[in-house]
Structures are given as structure tokens and as C-alpha cells.
Design a protein around this ligand. Structure first.
Ligand SMILES: NC(=O)c1ccc[n+]([C@@H]2O[C@H](COP(=O)([O-])OP(=O)(O)OC[C@H]3O[C@@H](n4cnc5c(N)ncnc54)[C@H](OP(=O)(O)O)[C@@H]3O)[C@@H](O)[C@H]2O)c1
Length: 413
């Protein structure tokens, strides 16, 4: 796979979009995803992007639409102002990468890494089951083999909380760049992970842990004086509530979600609100620097919702959503909860469908920033993970990272 040659210019000034040029027909899905990963890396910094794809503008536009990129933030054209060939990326040093987990997200990240053999050298990928289709040499069920030789970047995509946190702590203590999408591990082991990073010199990145492909963590970091965060943060619950709104009972909607791969065999993490509480705890850390353990966040379970509750809401013109929210008070105190709430159909948080996420960030002056997009799924999440990998790559190779825009990111699907 090749994303074509990329020339990158602009992007430093708020008024100027970053110009990215993709040569070649981008005929394969892999080529399109490679281009999307480069665009996402800029988009999540709040930069507007002008993508020039002389031979593939329609295909690239369709691909970005499928992935939920905002047309306000990313434009694709066939021709553009002259790109500056002097700014083309130089050949980087190859970095050793350990990938732990090759499921829904890890499988996508593996493809993105394999597409750049000039940049990344992969150790055998850690999985639980070494099936026949996963040849020895490429995969392993042994942690030691996945981590040898010592990686420059460790990517953790296994799921769980305590085991992955142990592996990440060791890596961070050893000065390794760590990337994860694991909200449970980050939320529950925040202090020890960050302590190991500062002690050992490693760096921890977890953009995809909240919002999947929605760059909500980056947006929260850019916002000043935040007072309130609320959002539809769990795609599985949103999917189940959507089906219940069409007349299914909870058990039937859950079974459908499991059959479609949205819900785990043990769905309690999603339906009982633990997943949303983990995500909210991470956003609270990012926005307010407050340590609130996820299990101290009040949670309402989806199991409490009956078809009668849904019908009553519909009769009032309302829809039910699982909303995680927190309000920060001037005196340092904070309210936080995960609840099933009835919202007027025109409310911004009523909009997300299926696995979509939506976040509303309100500052002290009452200004609301809305961030919306695909909260889960292989490619939106893999692109977010890979953008963290590119940040780690830049950190290791000593390149200046592109300056983040000062304006808050405003994304719409
Ligand atoms: N799926 C999403 O849309 C999404 C979105 C945002 C964040 N995340 C987060 O991303 C992470 C990965 O999610 P996923 O959906 O990709 O999970 P998944 O599909 O269940 O894949 C997990 C992978 O890790 C391997 N694995 C699990 N436990 C292991 C162990 N003890 N030893 C060795 N290998 C092990 C599995 O091996 P086998 O293949 O052999 O079973 C599998 O390859 C999770 O932390 C999740 O919360 C996921």
C-alpha cells in the first residue's frame, strides 16, 4: 500500500489550510486509508486540510465521508495552488514497533504499519490464539517474543485493564513510547502510568481511548476555562437504544448488537455504564486535572429501560440517550454521572446514530463547542491510534510537531 507521495505545506496559520498532496490513482482501499491517516493526523490538531489528489479526488472524498471526516475541516480537490516540493517528507529512520493485540482495532493498525515498511519494523504481533491463519514469525502468543528486541514504540490494543497497564508501566519505565486505545487501563491506572512515564522517560498517548475516531481529547486540551462536558460516548449503548426506539426490547436489542459485533459477550462494561464512566474520568483529568476514579461516578444501567419508558419519551417527542456528563464548579468541586436521559429530538446530543459519538464542551462564558463523529469501528479508531504513532515517531526522530491551531475544533459529520 502506498498513500502516494505527500507534499505538506501551510497549516501554521489559522487562516491557511494545510496543503497535502496525494499523487497516484489511490485505487486500493489501503491507499485511500493511508491518505486518510495522514489527513487525520492534521485534522485532529484542529487544522483545516486541503487535500490535493489529482487522480483520485472523488475516491478520496467518498472514503473521508465514510470515515466521518468533516467537510468543514477537510476539502479534497483535483488541482491546487502549486505545492512546495521542498517540503516533502524526508526518509525517516526505521523504528521498531511492538503491537499487542490484533483484533478490531489492532488489525487496522497492523495494515497501516505494514504499509510503511520503510518507517516501521514490526516484531511478531501479540495475540491470544495462534490460529493457523496467523503464521509463526508474524504473530506470537508470548509477550516476551512480542517485546523482543526492545521496541521504540509499543502499541497496546488488547483490552482489559490491569494486565495491559502492567505492560505499559514497564515500557514507560524503560523510556519507550507507548500508544493505547484502552480507556479502562488509562482511567483506572492514570497516576501510576503517568508516574512511570515521568520516571522512565517514556511517553503515553491515548487519543483513541475516548471518542474512537473523534479527536475529543485534543479538543479538550485546546479549550480554555471549561465548565461542563457532556456527551454520548458509548456507541454500543447508542446502538441498543436506537433499536429499542424502534420497538425492540432490551434483550432483543442487545442480542442484535452482539450479533453485529458491537457488543461484547459480557456486555456489562457498556450497558452498565462502566465504559462511559472510564471515558468521562479521562476527560475530567484532561480538562480539570481532577482525579475521579471511574467507580465513583454514578451510573445508570440500560437494563433499567423498558419499552414503556421509550414509548413515553417518544410520545413527548423525545429520544433516550446514555449521556455522560460533568460540571466543574469554581470552588474545585465537581458533579459527574452516566445517565439515561430523555432529550428533545432537536437537542444536539439526540443526533448521534449507531456508533456515532457527540460531545458538547461548555466554557465559563457559556460558549458551546460541539464535536461529532465515529466513536468506534476499525478504521476511525485505527486512524486515531496511528496518528498517535506518528506523534511518537516525530518525538523519537526529533522533528518539530506541527503547531496546533488556537481555535477550538468544530466538527460536524
Ligand atoms: N473496537 C473499537 O471500536 C474500539 C474503539 C475505541 C477503543 N477501543 C479499545 O481498543 C482496545 C482493543 O479493542 P478491540 O475492539 O480491537 O478488541 P478485540 O477485537 O477484542 O481484540 C483484542 C486483541 O487482543 C488480543 N488479546 C486480548 N487479550 C490478550 C492476551 N491476554 N494475550 C494476548 N493477546 C490478547 C486478542 O487476541 P485474539 O485475536 O487471539 O483473540 C485480539 O487480537 C480496547 O482497549 C478497546 O477498549 C476499541
Amino acid at each position: 500500500m502506498s498513500a502516494g507521495k505527500v507534499d505538506a505545506t501551510g497549516g501554521g496559520e489559522a487562516a491557511l489550510p494545510r496543503l497535502l498532496r496525494f499523487d497516484g490513482p489511490l485505487e486500493q482501499e489501503q491507499d485511500l486509508l493511508g491518505a486518510a491517516s495522514v489527513i487525520y493526523d492534521c485534522w485532529r490538531r484542529g487544522e483545516r486540510v486541503l487535500a490535493v489528489a489529482p487522480d483520485a479526488s472523488t475516491r478520496l472524498t467518498d472514503c473521508l465521508d465514510r470515515l466521518g471526516f468533516s467537510r468543514e475541516s477537510v476539502s479534497v480537490v483535483a488541482e491546487a495552488p502549486t505545492a512546495n516540493p521542498d517540503r516533502a517528507d524526508a526518509e525517516p529512520r526505521r523504528l521498531r514497533v511492538a503491537l499487542l493485540g490484533c483484533g478490531a482495532v489492532g488489525g487496522g493498525v497492523l495494515e497501516l504499519l505494514r504499509a510503511r515498511p520503510d518507517q516501521f519494523e514490526l516484531a511478531p504481533v501479540l495475540v491470544r490464539n495462534l490460529a493457523a491463519s496467523r503464521g509463526p514469525g508474524l504473530f506470537t502468543a508470548t509477550v516476551e517474543e512480542a517485546l523482543a528486541p526492545r521496541p521504540d514504540i509499543l502499541i497496546e490494543l488488547m483490552g482489559g485493564a490491569d494486565g495491559p497497564a502492567d505492560l505499559m508501566r514497564s515500557a514507560l519505565l524503560d523510556g519507550i513510547q507507548v500508544v493505547t486505545a484502552n480507556k479502562a487501563a488509562v482511567a483506572r491506572h492514570w497516576d501510576s502510568l503517568h508516574a512511570c512515564a515521568s520516571r522512565g522517560g517514556g511517553e503515553l498517548r491515548y487519543s483513541a481511548a475516548v471518542g474512537g475516531g473523534v479527536p475529543i481529547i485534543e479538543t479538550v486540551r485546546r479549550c480554555r476555562n471549561l465548565a461542563k462536558i457532556e456527551g454520548v460516548m458509548n456507541g454500543t449503548c447508542n446502538f441498543i437504544l436506537g433499536l429499542m426506539g424502534k420497538g425492540r426490547g432490551f434483550d432483543s436489542a442487545l442480542a442484535k448488537a452482539q450479533a453485529m459485533g458491537f457488543a461484547e459477550a459480557d456486555p456489562s462494561g457498556d450497558v452498565d455504564g462502566h465504559d462511559a464512566a472510564d471515558k468521562l474520568a479521562i476527560l475530567i483529568r484532561e480538562a480539570f486535572g481532577i482525579a475521579l476514579a471511574p467507580d465513583r461516578i454514578a451510573r445508570q444501567s440500560l437494563r433499567e429501560i423498558t419499552p414503556a419508558t421509550i414509548a413515553a419519551a417518544a410520545a413527548r417527542g423525545e429520544v433516550l440517550k446514555q449521556v455522560a456528563s460533568c460540571r466543574h464548579y469554581g470552588n474545585g468541586s465537581l458533579d459527574a454521572s452516566v445517565q439515561i436521559v430523555a432529550l428533545p429530538a432537536e437537542h444536539p446530543l439526540a443526533a448521534p446514530q449507531r456508533e456515532e459519538n457527540c460531545f458538547l464542551l461548555t466554557d465559563g462564558a457559556g460558549t458551546v463547542t460541539r464535536v461529532f463523529g465515529k466513536g468506534a469501528g476499525r478504521w476511525p479508531t485505527a486512524l486515531a491510534v496511528f496518528a498517535d504513532v506518528m506523534d511518537a515517531q516525530r518525538a523519537l526522530l526529533g522533528r518539530a510537531e506541527p503547531r496546533a491551531a488556537t481555535d477550538p475544533l468544530r466538527l460536524t459529520a
